[in-house]
Design a protein around this ligand. Structure first.
Ligand code: PBG
Length: 325
């Protein structure tokens, strides 16, 4: 059939018709909300480059988690900023560290009502801001793995529901799986930052997590964003090493990777709608150039349509409210 018998506009005529033929739907169940807990502050501090997002003191983190849960968001991703940073990430391993205490406090208060996912990395805890142990300006892979395993176990002891290794060391998923299993946490799933790009969209996060590298950059361990085949290989390795959920990060500029990863592995797939993607929308909206609500929902829908069933997003709370309207 062809025009004039065929008319695509027939099914666009009313909202009811459009709803009936809609292929993708966005739901609050799709969202994971990042939470930042910071040691040594008294009141929540708004992150300058991420309007509407806060670093919370420990005393306010449970309330922040409750607000997340009350909106129907199923999970939070926990990031900690310790008071003391050094060259061996001591406070990342501390069972009484800020992140572990926050996980514990939230889980004690909310139980199964909110899942807490612990981002496993060292950059926030290192004086140099790199994601692994540094020697002669080199980021060492294998010694770092042991630390990742210990961090993951300390989170599990604190009650975390899932761990998410984001450091991009080779072998990290296998090392963490092994460490968790050895410590009796065989049921703790791993959400692997599999295709994590060395991206310029992380700038605002590094303000939020105070984790910018003090020398060099992360191109020696995070992926070169020109490479999609490599993203598939990276993800295949994480799957082999035992990842339960795979992730593409960032999301908006990487919709092609999300789609390929989804179609190749047919596994639960997450996408991280990162800080820079959020802040661009915020900045344009603040200038009155775009409608924040409409644009944010369009972006989140696009990420879902590309093939992610989980979206880690700073817009989670707003989007949860908008979807209810
Ligand atoms: C830690 C980590 C980063 C992000 C999540 N975990 C920053 C980085 O790799 O520099 C970025 C998140 C965002 O930009 O929203 N390795």
């Amino acid at each position: 059939m062809q025009y004039p018998e065929l008319r695509m506009r027939r099914l666009r005529a009313t909202q009811k018709l459009r709803d009936m033929v809609r292929e993708t739907s966005l739901s609050v169940n799709d969202f994971i909300y990042p939470l930042f807990v910071k040691e040594g502050i008294e009141e929540p501090e708004e992150i300058r480059s991420m309007p509407g997002q806060y670093q919370y003191p420990l005393k306010d983190i449970v309330e922040a988690a409750r607000e997340t849960e009350a909106l129907g968001i199923p999970a939070a991703m926990m990031f900690g900023i310790p008071a003391v940073k050094d060259e061996v990430a001591t406070s990342a391993l501390d069972e009484n560290g800020i992140t572990q205490r926050a996980i514990k406090a939230i889980k004690e208060d909310l139980g199964d009502k909110l899942m807490v996912i612990g981002d496993v990395c060292l950059c926030e805890y290192m004086s140099h801001g790199h994601c692994g142990i540094v020697e002669n300006d080199q980021i060492l892979n294998d010694v770092t793995l042991e630390l990742y395993g210990r961090v993951a176990v300390s989170y599990a002891k604190a009650g975390v529901d899932m761990v998410a290794p984001s450091g991009m060391m080779d072998g990290q998923v296998g090392a963490i799986r092994h460490a968790l299993d050895q410590a009796g946490y065989g049921n703790t799933p791993i959400m692997a930052y599999s295709a994590k790009q060395s991206s310029n969209f992380y700038g605002p996060f590094r303000d939020a997590a105070e984790s910018a590298p003090s020398f060099g950059d992360r191109r020696g361990y995070q992926m070169d964003y020109h490479n999609k085949e490599e993203a598939i290989r990276e993800t295949a390795l994480d799957v082999q090493e035992g990842a339960d959920i795979i992730m593409v990060k960032p999301a908006l500029a990487y919709l092609d990777m999300i789609q390929s990863v989804r179609e190749t592995f047919r596994m639960p797939t997450a996408a991280y709608n990162v800080s820079g993607e959020y802040s661009m929308v915020k900045a344009a909206a603040a200038n009155g150039w775009i409608d924040e609500k409409k644009v944010a929902l369009e972006i989140l829908t696009a990420i879902k349509r590309a093939g992610a069933e989980m979206i880690i997003t700073y817009h989670a709370k707003d989007a949860a409210k908008w979807l209810k309207e």
